[in-house]
Design a protein around this ligand. Structure first.
Ligand code: KIV
Ligand code: ZN
Length: 513
């Protein structure tokens, strides 16, 4: 029997730390359900002590997920660890993940602690966590750049105090594969009780090496857990991409010889859900989940694939869930079919009134677009939260005029709290006119960092346009996503969504702060 490789997904914690990627409790729950369908072994649901919002999200996920272990991050102190334990109370299987930095640089400049203080704090934190939970993971933050003698002492003690998983982060993405793999192997050799814990790798992608480093940690170092995120989401250049490591280990089973519990056919649906929810678009040439990942454009390749698929294909598109892009509903579909599809997609609506509102929007979309795909439904539900009565800014209607040789003009009606306004503006294009009109009343002063448009489903001009708007204000970065067959409307929705996020912004403590 081959060894099992544990897949630890941290999309909802390390992934969400990416500026602009923050998600609501509902969005996190929806993604957690999809991660469970994907059969990841561990879901890191958040950092419970960082904010009330994160606490509630971890708690809600712990209550609904039954098959995967649910984990919360906690700094190495009693308060954080108690908060994590409290949030995880309802979990079928819970894990507390506690961490403290061990590199000389982080200890001296960030923590302002001596190595002995860090050593003591790590020891007490693991002891305290282990009293509250049987499954405890310990991470020495910036572990890869830490002094190896000191690290060995800390890790030996963490295992003695009851840590069941030891994770070695390459926090700043500095490692290269051979050296990182060798580092893990050396730690496992030198820590006397290393066989009492599962060893884990956690790599950031600053040099584009996160997947290669993680795989080296497994192959050379003997790690048996990989920490990763869907689409490689994460701060800066992101984390190790789940879809890439999973498909590498699966496709090259001859080399890795490891078992995986993941259901690969759920990879593409998970990728789409994360991208649509966060507004972080997947590049077309991204391995496994990019739109071109299985598209053969050159004549020679197409000819080869038609004659024998494996001439140019090492994986099958359907094995990673590409066929999931199917027509699910249309104009004649009823409320029950719609409700059932929501359930199948893991979308829980709080009340019948919310379902009715979403159904009305579905009908409206089906009038304008004949085939409704899962992606359309996800976008529609995200929109629901954008335009919900609970939101401060709400788009009511929009009209715009553009003609060759004329300067485009837009009129936008929207609500701010209980008041409604109609505003006009010209612009370089219809989108510019529309966003300028909104901004002329709101006066947020936010800087537009990114504006991007994508077709939600490929192959037809009938597709909905999905717009991502990224705004920055006073050091905060938020993403707003909007979808509509009319991309000017989608742009206005995205802008309003981003303004709402700036308005309600959750304040939280940074994990690596
Ligand atoms: O990258 C890192 O060091 C982390 C730890 C908190 C595990 O994410
Ligand atoms: Zn990290």
């Amino acid at each position: 029997m081959a060894d099992k490789l544990i897949i630890f997904d941290t999309t909802l914690r390390d992934g969400e730390q990416s500026p602009g990627a923050s998600m609501t409790r509902e969005e996190k729950l929806r993604i957690a359900r999809q991660l469970e369908r994907l059969k990841v072994d561990v879901i890191e649901a958040g950092f419970a002590a960082s904010s009330n919002g994160d606490f509630e999200a971890v708690k809600a996920i712990a209550q609904v997920v039954r098959d995967s272990v649910v984990c919360s991050l906690a700094r190495a102190n009693d308060r954080d660890i108690s908060r994590a334990a409290e949030a995880l109370k309802g979990a079928a299987r819970a894990r507390i993940h506690t961490f403290i930095a061990t590199s000389a640089l982080h200890m001296e400049k960030k923590l302002r602690m001596t190595p002995e203080q860090v050593f003591e704090q790590a020891k007490l934190a693991v002891r305290f966590a282990r009293n509250l939970c049987d499954d405890v993971e310990f991470s020495p933050e910036d572990g890869y750049r830490s002094d190896i003698d000191f690290l060995c002492r800390v890790l030996e003690t963490a295992i003695r105090e009851g840590a069941t998983t030891i994770n070695i982060p390459d926090t700043v993405g500095y490692a290269v594969p051979e050296l990182y793999g060798g580092f893990i192997a050396t730690l496992r050799e030198r820590v006397p009780n290393s066989d009492k814990a599962v060893w884990s790798v956690h790599c950031h992608n600053d040099l584009g090496l996160a997947v290669a480093n993680s795989l080296a940690g497994v192959k050379i170092g003997g790690a048996r857990q990989i920490e990763c995120t869907i689409n490689g989401l994460g701060e800066r250049a992101g984390n190790c991409a789940l879809e890439e490591v999973v498909m590498a280990v699966r496709t090259r089973r001859d080399y890795f010889g490891l078992e995986l519990g993941v259901d690969a056919s759920q990879i593409v649906p998970a990728s789409r859900m994360v991208s649509q929810t966060t507004g972080f678009v997947v590049q077309p040439n991204k391995a496994v989940v990019g739109a071109n990942a299985f598209a053969h454009a050159s004549g020679i390749h197409q000819d080869g694939v038609l004659k024998a698929r494996d001439t140019y294909e090492i994986m099958r598109a359907e094995d990673v869930g590409w066929s999931a892009n199917r027509i699910v509903l249309g104009k004649l579909s009823g409320r029950n079919a719609f409700k059932q599809r929501l359930q199948e997609l893991g979308i829980a609506m709080e009340s019948e009134a919310d379902i009715n509102a979403a159904f009305m929007r579905f009908k409206d979309l089906a009038d304008r677009k004949s085939d409704i795909f899962d992606e359309d439904i996800l976008a529609l539900v995200s929109d629901e939260s954008v335009s919900s009565q609970h939101e401060y800014y709400r788009l009511l209607s929009l009209s715009q005029r553009s003609e060759t040789g004329e300067r485009p003009h837009a009129r936008v009606s929207f609500a701010m709290g209980t008041q409604e306004f109609s505003v006009d503006s010209d612009g370089n294009g219809p989108v510019d006119a529309c966003l300028k009109a909104i901004e002329s009343k709101v006066g947020s002063g936010a800087e537009l960092l990114l504006y991007s448009v994508n077709a939600i489903t490929s192959g037809s001009t009938e597709s909905q346009g999905e717009v991502t708007v990224r705004l920055q204000l006073g050091g905060r970065i938020v993403n707003g996503v909007g979808a509509d067959p009319d991309i000017v409307v989608a742009s206005a929705k995205a802008y309003v969504a981003a303004l709402n996020k700036l308005h309600h912004g959750p304040e939280r403590v940074a994990a690596q702060g």
